[in-house]
Design a protein around this ligand. Structure first.
Ligand SMILES: [Zn+2]
Length: 161
């Protein structure tokens, strides 16, 4: 499945982000943000050079210059899974996700400064994150990846034995 994103496909994506500890910090114009430990989803799109593959590789890297709101979380917590939807729209994905159970907006405006449609592009999930992403994949025709799929390979490939 991984070869699907080695080209420069454009579209939308959902990051599943796990926070083991509470996040307390300043997030751009939002000011102080407090997030409890748990599962979060971030909805974004990649329509520029490099497409989804380049954007998702950046999201899973721990070391980066903080640019977007979500960078505060991807450098603090752990991106576990990714749903990529070629030709998708992040606001439509967010809307679909909010129709699922136990999904809420933890911080109004998080990740959605430029979006007139959404209360936030970050959602909190009380349910197991994998299950929600699986449902979203089924509804959108998107593909699920582990975050490791986007990390550069720095060690020799493990033996298959
Ligand atoms: Zn939106």
């Amino acid at each position: 499945m991984q070869e699907d994103l080695t080209s420069q496909q454009l579209g939308a994506y959902v990051l599943s982000i796990k926070l083991q500890r509470s996040f307390c910090g300043k997030v751009g114009a939002l000011g102080d943000v407090d997030l409890s430990p748990g599962h979060y989803f971030y909805f974004g799109s990649a329509r520029g050079p490099g497409g989804l593959a380049a954007r998702l590789s950046r999201h899973v890297r721990m070391k980066k210059t903080i640019h977007w709101h979500v960078d505060h979380l991807t450098t603090f917590g752990q991106v576990t899974e990714i749903l990529a939807v070629e030709g998708g729209d992040e606001c439509d994905l967010r809307h679909l996700a909010m129709q699922l159970n136990s999904i809420s907006v933890p911080v109004t405006g998080f990740g959605s400064s430029d979006c007139p449609r959404c209360p936030a592009h970050l959602l909190a999930s009380e349910e197991e994150a994998s299950e929600t992403l699986f449902l979203l994949a089924g509804k959108t025709g998107g593909r699920l990846y582990s975050a490791e799929s986007f990390l550069p390979i720095t060690a020799a490939q493990p033996s298959t034995v």
